[in-house]
Design a binder for this molecule. Sequence first.
Ligand code: HMH
Length: 220
Amino acid sequence: TDRAVMTDTWLKKHRLIYLGATRHPFILGIRDGSVDLSSFKRWLGQDYIFVRAFVPFVASVLLKAWKESDDNADIDVILGGVAALNDEIAWFKTEASKWGVALEVVPQQINLNYCRFLESLTSPDVDYTQAITAFWAVETVYQESFAHCLEEGSKTPEELKQTCHRWGNDGFGQYCRTLKSIADRRLEKASKEVVAKAELNLLSILEHEVEFWNMSHGAV
Ligand code: HMH
């Protein structure tokens, strides 16, 4: 008999919050060209801080894969993610200077909360299955959001297309699908307790992502 793929089941079950994270007004504003550029700049400065904090989280996923994974190929995928983050950090620096945005901005409380949550997942008490599932979720929200801004019929302003392409490109989409299949492979073999924790982590991540987009509007 067919066994339901865990991440698909979850995304169906939590569809509203998933859409909240991937079809947020900020993203819809980029897509239809109505976005306020001061919101975009605020997002850019805060996301740079987030990405720097994301590096140690991804390093912790790599370490867990090395210790716990049943498939050596996982390391290569995660290492690709580390390389992508290296490019991302360089990109933020050029992009920020293009927009006249200072990158040494003060992190907002919402950003700190999200970074703190990811830091809690670096604990050795959090197993590889939970860590790789969380990693998939964080990357996928950006992939789905920015890919939406590049779909046919979108009116994304020319100067924002590069940003959308960074996470919305097909290569990043393929990478997210690979992370998804690793997560699903692990979840299939995991205990009920681990599966339950991974689902709660997914919900927390989606909530943090909604808050993160909200932050771009400045009224926080
Ligand atoms: C808030 N979520 C946030 N920032 C990012 N750069 C990503 C996900 C994807 O790396």
